[in-house]
Design a protein around this ligand. Structure first.
Ligand code: IFM
Length: 437
């Protein structure tokens, strides 16, 4: 029996318990054929046994602010080929992953060729099956020795990071498609308005325990929420981005380099709201810095409604993520539009997704958000790609394995990955809405 595409789409949607949406039926003007369609992970969250990293030490400390240690994670250090297959099975053309600085430089100035070769194999492995590797040079975690020298509070931090970028780029840059230096370096400020109270104190106590254990004045992890001098950390991260990018560019000038920023879709809920002041505080200096980059990475998960005195509650009927925050499909496009307005360089969505045990929310969100993203592109915003966070359920930092962002489930004992229905929705959207030929 022959079925036409509309019937097929409706049948697929019905099998997923959804009505066929215009998103699945195909956009009138498709995404460009060279659009980057990807899924993302980060080393510490999926590799497992990242024992020289700051987070590993903190996860296994008393007191710790972590719900549980990362342990084996998804064992992607061994099983990365399986991960690449998951990406291609969805019909995507890109994989975003990160280098683990602590593996490559486990002691200051001691660089491991074996570990560089590991990441080279991943990059070559992507290329061999037609995937464009988007490589994050640093996704939060730093080596224990770096954190024990004060982390990003250390005035030497930018140069230490640039030295790592230089070594990594010499080994790896040839095969990389797009590189980002840092992941969400603006996050600490943002987290203070997003995370449950009490976490800041727990983070501070944990850092103090780590410093005492190592006999150093300050232990500051790459993902520390509590920072003794946030302005100094921001200045060093910005200098680190600039120096790291220069080091990568010195090796391969034509490699597109950017930085990935955590961005809400900030909306003005009433006149005189704190929206613009918040944008100034959380993103603008980074977005201005990104004007000198090849692209800016945008990572969006929610919107924020700003009133005169602070953030307002989401509407009562809002869909919610596992943290209780609103899941608002147009938020991605809103954040992307603002990033472009200030940075004025092309955008790559390096992360977008939802933390939820209810996969129907993810299945709803993906096509809806992508339709809004396409509308922004049709309005002239240059968006080069979209990477969904995350390829698989993984170690969600302080929340451990309780929070699920994956397109695939993860069995933590067998390491089996299984596609969720939302993964198929993403696959079908890409298939139906990308120009061919
Ligand atoms: O898991 C994180 C990722 O490491 C950075 N961006 C947000 C994700 C979901 O919280």
């Amino acid at each position: 029996m022959q079925i036409d595409r509309r019937t097929f789409v409706a049948a697929t949607a019905a099998s997923l318990g959804m009505a066929a949406s215009p998103a699945l039926a195909g956009l009138s003007k498709p995404f460009p054929k060279d659009f980057i369609w990807g899924a993302a992970t980060a080393g510490h969250q999926v590799e497992g046994n990242n024992i020289n990293a700051d987070c590993w030490l903190l996860e296994n400390l008393k007191p710790t602010a972590y719900a549980e240690p990362s342990g084996d994670a998804a064992n992607s250090f061994e099983l990365w080929r399986r991960d690449l297959d998951l990406v291609t099975n969805l019909g995507l053309n890109s994989y975003r992953f990160s280098l683990e600085w602590a593996r490559i430089e486990p002691e200051p100035g001691m660089f491991s060729f074996a570990m560089l070769d590991h990441y080279k194999a991943m990059i070559d492995g992507c290329r061999a099956i037609g995937l464009r590797p988007i490589v994050t040079f640093n996704h939060f975690t730093t080596p224990i020795w770096f954190a024990a020298r004060g982390g990003w509070m250390n005035p030497d931090a930018p140069q230490l990071f640039a030295r790592f970028c230089d070594k990594a780029a010499r080994h790896l840059a040839a095969g990389i498609d797009h590189a980002t230096t840092l992941n969400e370096p603006n996050l600490a400020g943002l987290l203070q308005s997003l995370l449950p109270g009490g976490l800041l104190d727990a983070d501070k106590a944990m850092a103090a325990a780590a410093a005492a254990k190592l006999g150093v004045p300050l232990f500051l992890a790459g993902n520390a929420i509590y920072q003794p001098d946030p302005a100094k950390v921001q200045a060093n991260l910005q200098a680190g981005h600039t120096a790291g990018k220069a080091a990568i560019k010195a090796v391969r000038g034509d490699l597109p380099v950017g930085v990935s920023l955590a961005m809400l879709d900030d909306q003005e809920a009433e006149p005189g709201s704190l929206r613009d002041a918040t944008r100034e505080k959380l993103y603008n200096s980074w977005l201005r810095l990104a004007r000198a980059d090849d692209f800016v990475g945008v990572q969006n998960y929610e919107r924020a409604l700003w009133g005169r005195h602070g953030k307002l509650d989401p509407p009562a009927n809002a869909r919610r993520n596992i943290m209780g925050s609103e899941v608002y499909a147009p938020s991605l496009a809103g954040a992307v539009r603002y990033a472009y307005e200030v940075a004025k360089v092309p955008v790559i969505v390096t992360e977008h997704g939802v933390g939820s045990d209810d996969d129907t929310i993810r299945a709803w969100l993906i096509p809806e958000a992508l339709n809004h993203l396409k509308a922004a592109m049709d309005d002239g915003v240059p968006v080069k790609g979209y990477c969904h966070w995350s390829l698989i359920d993984n170690f969600e930092w302080g929340f451990g394995y309780k929070f699920h962002y994956g397109l695939h489930t993860l069995d933590r004992q067998t390491f089996e990955r299984r596609a969720k229905p939302s993964a198929l929705v993403y696959r079908d959207f890409v298939r139906a809405n990308t120009a061919r030929g």
